[in-house]
Every structure is written in C-alpha cells, then in structure tokens.
Design a protein around this ligand. Structure first.
Ligand code: ADP
Ligand code: MG
Length: 688
C-alpha cells in the first residue's frame, strides 16, 4: 500500500526519467498524480463484432492476432506495424506508425482488444494507431477511457497505467465527517477519485466532480470562518486619522476622487482607527481606481508614524504598483520601496542592495514597501507595520498571507489587513462565502472614460479587422492579442502564444514590431518585453491569458481576444479593462471558433454591457449547471481546481456545514482528520 504524500518515484516502475516528466506536469506526489484529472473521456466502452463495425465511430473489438509485422513505408522514412485481428465474425487490419516495438509485445495468437475510431483505406475498414491491450486487462480499451493533459515523452497509456496502478494500491483516508457526506449525498473520496478517472458511465463523473467541488468549497469556507474566529481574539493598534494631511494629499492629486473611492477610503480609515484588526476587501473593476485608495490608506499609516506593505502576485504588477504609487504620493514625504527577487529600490536612493533595503525597512526610513512574495521569503523585518495590503490574495497561500501579517505583529498587536481584487464578486455571493468580511466596492469608473467599443467579429471580417488595427497602430497606438490555453498540458501558455506570435509576425503584420509574453519566460525577459511595450517599442503584444491582467499601458487602444468563447464574461471584461485607459477611443474585438447561440448570446451581452458586476451576475445566470470553464479562464480564479464561486447551491450547502462544524468544535478537536487536512492545505503554497 502507498499513501498520498509519497513521492511518485516510489511507485512501482517509475524511473527517474519518468518522474522528471511527471514533475513537468506538476506531479510530484501520489496525490498530485491522482488529482491529475482527465480533460476529456473517450467512450470505447462498446465492444463490437468486427462485422458490425461502422466507419467513423469509436469502437472496441476483441479478437485474436493472426499476423503482425513491421515494414518500411513507401518513402522509407517511417516504420509501419501491421496486424490482422480476427473474431468469429471477420477480420480487420490495424496499422501503427513508428511503434516498431509492438512486434515484441503482441504476437500472433494473442487475444487482444483494440480501441479506436474506425477508419477506411478506401477498400476496407481499418484501425489506425488503435489503443491495444491484452484481453485480460481493461485499463485502456473496452471502457470509458480518460484522456489526460500530457507532456513531451509521456504517453496517455503510461500515465493512465500509473494512475490505475496508484488507485489500486492506495488507501484513501476519508476526512469528510460521515454525516456531512451523507446529508449532501456525496460519494466517498476514494470512490470519487476512482470514478473521475475510470467511470463506468459518464454520469459517475458528475457525482465525482460534485464531491471534489464540495471538498474545496467546504474547506475554503471553513478556513475563512476559522480565520474570522481567530481574528476576533486578536487586537490591533488604532491608527489615528489625520484628516488635515489626507485632505492635503487628496488636493494634490491630478483628479478628484469618485464617490465610491471616497467612501472606500473612509471605510478603510475608520476600520484602521479601531482596535480590532481590519479585515476588508476592496473590490473594484480593472481601472476603477483602487490604487489611489491604497495610497491614501498607506499614507494614513505613514501620518501616524507607521509603515504599510503591499504584496502583489507577480513582479510586473509589483513594479507597476510601485511606479503608480510613487507618482500619486510624490507630493508627500512618504518613502517607498520595491522588493522583488530581481530588483530592490527605494525612492530615497534608487537601486539598492538587499541588505541596504532591509536596513532602510528595519529602521523605518522606508514607509511603504511594495513587493512580491520576496517580501516573505527574504528575511525582512519591519519597524512598525500598521497595514498589510494583498493584491489578488487568492494567488497566495493562506500561509503566505499569515506570514506577512505576522511579520507585522508587534507584541500582541496585529497589523490591519486589506485585500484587493479586480474580480467583481457579486455582493450576495461574497457574503455567502465570507460572512464577516467587510467589503468596499468601487462600482463607478472614474469620469471621462469612454466605454470600450466591443465587437464579436465573425471570421469573415478577420482580415478587415486586422487592417483596422494596423490603422490604429499607424496612428501611434498599441494593441494586445490574448490567446487562451487550448492544450491543457501547455500550462504556461507558451505554445499557444508562440503559435499566435508566428502567425501575427510573419503573416499578418510583418512590418510591425510584435512582442510575446508567456509564462515560460524568465522574470527578466518578461520585464524587458513589458518595458518595451510600455515605451511603444512594441506595437502589438501577444500574451497568454494567464499572464498579468493588471498591466497598465494607457496608449493601448485595441484588445483582441482569440477563442473568446473559452472565457467567462467576467474574465473577458478584465481583459477589456486593459484598454480604454485614456481618452482615446478604444476597441475590443472578440473572435471565437464556435458560433453557437449560447456563445453569441454571451458575447453579444458583453458588447452592450460595461459593468463588471452585472457581467458577473450574467455569468451566473447563463452558465449551464455543472459547467466548468476551467480554473484560470473562468475569471474567478480562486486557488480551487474544481469549484468556483458560481457553484451557488454547493456554496450554500458547504457554508451551512462549515458553520455547524466551527460552532460545534472551533478548534476542530472533535474532527481530527479535518484538522489535519486543513493543516496540509495551509502549508501548500503556489509560487509564481
Ligand atoms: P485599478 O482599480 O485597476 O487598480 P487604477 O488604480 O490603476 O485602477 O486606476 C486606473 C487609472 O485611473 C489610473 O491611471 C488612475 O490614475 C486613474 N484614476 C483613478 N482614480 C481616478 C479619478 N477619480 N479620476 C480620474 N482618474 C482616476
Ligand atoms: Mg490595479
């Protein structure tokens, strides 16, 4: 028997080479392996007689190998393996390309099963590259077969076998209390995991997914409730509001605050004035002006002689925050510092060494520190932190947030805490997930901004649209092109973006400067590309969907989104928010592979709606039950793999159970397994 935390290397038959390939898919432990979920299934469950096969359909046959041999192809380049397999109703030819070793695995006389789509060679039906298996086994054929995200050098069969093997030898410990499981009609975890890989019928995957979603939501909400409870026992020091100075700074800004901004600032300052630690979410669309609210909150801490810190999920975002905040706070005495792994600087002395930066932070010369998770990795000590701001906090582990917060702990006093998100979360939903969290919303955008003209473009107008973009660029403007992840193994989007890049650069705009941004680039390369784009050395930036949504390029007026049907409305809206930052007319063009009524309805809705909150609600409404957009692309990225904030009924159910548990046993002493489970989760970090 093996257990979940074991390294996959300990699994039978895994060599170092395979382990390395698995690690490219993010699979290190047995748990990672078992939670490597198929992205689709192939239904080869029906076993046919050879005489009953139909062209073009998936089928499995079971028969005896009559002959099998290798030959070279006509052009002598490929080795082709040919076999004839017969059952009592007839025989069929199967051919495989470049798998000469097959003749060492399959011999005439063997009973085998073949699964594949039935093809034809003009005369007869044949199988091309069918999946084969000795008739005794039933892992790869004769069933509903899982199809996984892969990486180079790893085959479906290898991975499927490993998962099958692991499932056979694992002892799942069920951590969900039995009454909760029963009340919510959920399968055992072991059963759910088995069925998501090897379902007997496709409906079984539905109950399996329900269990996995419930687990995530339940744990997420329980964690939130326990955190809230914990905070109730904590104290902070009150930060006095310095109205004079705040007013003075607000007066020095090049614009006047919107009503929502004023209200948000006020809510935050009032919270910070209390002795209970603030735990507030600032929620406002891309471009709604959250940064200035942070600036004022940090400035308020500074006026009271204290420090503030802001942690962002990527270097690009941290740098952008630093630059923007620096500008907004220019007229004040506050000193800022940027801390990322590759760069440290301060507004006092420019680029500095790590030690120098740490010194300035420790002695309080620097008042507002902005950075990435380098803030917690490097041994920084703050002098007197009063405010911790975390941007897009779902991108950090619970533990990372705690570490940052605890760094500000002075004696028994905790700093105040503010998190930011540009994902418009409908209030009702937010309140269901986090009951006691306070929320400040910025609903209206700063004045003077024209809505981005949004168009769902049919393929027939693609070339015309490119000419339009070219014209914009001729006038000195810039464009983004976003391409989604299509191949699930292409986690960082490198492949998708590179293909688009080649097409755009070579075929569409050979005369223009085109740049490329994807998750496989090193931080330094990313920075360079962004810097070039920022100064208009690059006119068109091709980017994956996972890369920074937060970047700010006021001169960009065109946003093109390929395969827009693959994104939720909220996410599309976020991309669109990258343009229209200035007074120039801006455009968002949506292309889509599919043109179904549903796609059209969704994309047309986006054409006429520019309010992120309504879009989020519409997403909820239009979404089919149980539909998964898939983590990142839903726009509700939240660190969960299966569930998201759209699973409303499950959220309600999970909330109810989590509340009951927290009520009955706040320290989880009565639920030791659950407690362990939460502990493991908290230790899980997801670095950039
Ligand atoms: P986000 O909420 O996405 O972080 P930002 O804080 O980056 O938005 O603000 C977007 C842009 O709007 C910035 O260029 C900022 O200077 C500007 N801005 C913010 N508030 C106002 C306002 N009240 N009036 C005019 N412009 C504003
Ligand atoms: Mg921002």
């Amino acid at each position: 028997m093996i257990n979940l935390t074991e390294s996959v290397e300990n699994l039978n038959r895994i060599g170092q080479a395979t382990a390395k390939k698995l690690s490219r898919l993010g699979i290190e432990t047995v748990a990672d392996l078992l939670f490597h979920i198929p992205f689709r299934y192939e239904d080869f469950s029906k076993i046919y007689h050879v005489a009953g096969l139909n062209f073009g359909l998936p089928a499995t046959i079971c028969g005896k190998v009559e002959i099998i041999s290798n030959r070279r192809s006509f052009l002598k380049r490929k080795i082709i393996t040919e076999a004839v397999v017969a059952d009592k109703t007839g025989s069929i030819k199967a051919i495989w390309f470049n798998q000469p070793y097959l003749v060492k695995n399959i011999f005439p006389g063997d009973q085998v099963r073949l699964s594949g789509i039935v093809r034809s060679d003009n005369y007869n039906l044949i199988f091309i590259n069918p999946v084969y298996e000795k008739a005794g086994n039933k892992i790869h054929t004769g069933r509903i077969v899982p199809v996984y995200p892969l990486t180079a050098g790893l085959s479906q069969k290898q991975l499927r076998f490993l998962i099958y093997f692991a499932l056979k030898n694992i002892n799942f410990s069920e951590w969900l209390p039995e009454d909760i499981r029963k009340r919510n009609k959920l399968p055992f975890l072991a059963e759910a995991v088995k069925k998501i890989h090897f379902p007997a019928d496709i409906f079984q995957t539905k109950t399996a997914v329900k269990r996995l979603k419930f687990d995530e939501l339940f744990l997420f909400i329980l964690r939130a409730i326990l955190d809230e409870k914990e905070l109730q026992n904590e104290r902070s020091s009150a930060v006095k509001i310095n109205s004079e100075k705040i007013k003075e700074l607000v007066g020095s800004l090049p614009f006047s605050l919107t009503a929502d901004q004023k209200k948000s600032v006020w809510e935050i300052l009032r919270d910070m004035e209390k002795k209970e630690p603030m735990n507030r979410l600032l929620n406002g669309d891309v471009g709604s002006g959250k940064t200035v609210v942070c600036a004022l909150a940090a400035f308020n801490a500074f006026s009271a002689g204290r420090q503030a810190v802001l942690m962002a999920p990527t270097e690009i975002l941290a740098r952008q925050h630093f630059e923007n905040l620096k500008r907004m706070l220019e007229k004040s005495e506050i000193n800022l510092s940027l801390i990322t792994r590759s760069e440290k600087k301060t507004t006092i002395s420019g680029k500095v060494t790590k030690t120098a930066a740490a010194g300035l932070i420790l002695n309080g010369k620097v008042n507002f520190i902005i950075g990435t998770h380098a803030l917690i990795q490097e041994d920084l000590v703050f002098k007197n932190l009063a405010l911790v701001i975390v941007d897009e906090q779902h991108r950090f582990g619970v533990r990372q947030r705690k570490i940052l917060r605890d760094k500000g702990k002075k004696g028994e006093l905790l700093p105040h805490f503010l998190s930011l998100t540009a994902t418009p979360i409908p209030r009702t939903l937010a309140l269901t997930v986090f009951k006691n969290l306070k929320i400040s919303q910025i609903k209206t955008l700063p004045p003077g901004r024209q809505p981005v003209l949004t168009k769902f473009v049919p393929e027939s107008l693609r070339q015309k649209t490119y000419r339009f973009i070219e014209n914009e660029i001729r006038q000195g403007r810039q464009a983004f092109i976003i391409c989604p992840l299509i191949d699930p193994s292409d986690k960082l989007g490198a492949k998708a973006a590179e293909e688009e890049f080649k097409k755009i650069k070579n075929e569409i705009f050979p005369a223009l400067n085109v740049g490329l941004l994807h998750g496989k680039l090193r931080p330094k390369q990313k920075t360079e590309v962004m810097a070039d784009f920022a100064v208009n050395k690059i006119s068109i930036l091709i980017s994956t969907s996972v890369i920074e949504v937060g970047v700010d390029i006021p001169n960009a007026t065109v946003m093109v989104i390929e395969n827009a049907d693959r994104f939720g409305l909220a996410q599309l809206h976020q991309f669109r928010g990258r343009v229209g930052r200035e007074k120039n007319r801006s455009y968002c063009f949506l292309f889509s592979e599919t043109d179904s009524d549903r796609t059209r309805e969704r994309l047309k809705f986006l054409e006429q709606c520019s309010d992120g909150f309504s879009l989020a609600e519409k997403d909820l409404e239009l979404r089919g039950p149980g539909e998964i957009y898939g983590g990142l692309q839903s726009g509700f990225e939240n660190g969960m793999k299966f569930a998201d904030f759209f699973d409303y009924d499950l959220i309600i159910a999970a909330r109810k159970e989590a509340e009951a548990v927290a009520e009955k046993s706040p320290d989880l002493k009565k639920y030791p397994r659950l407690r362990d489970k939460l502990k493991i989760m908290a230790d899980n970090v997801h670095y950039e």
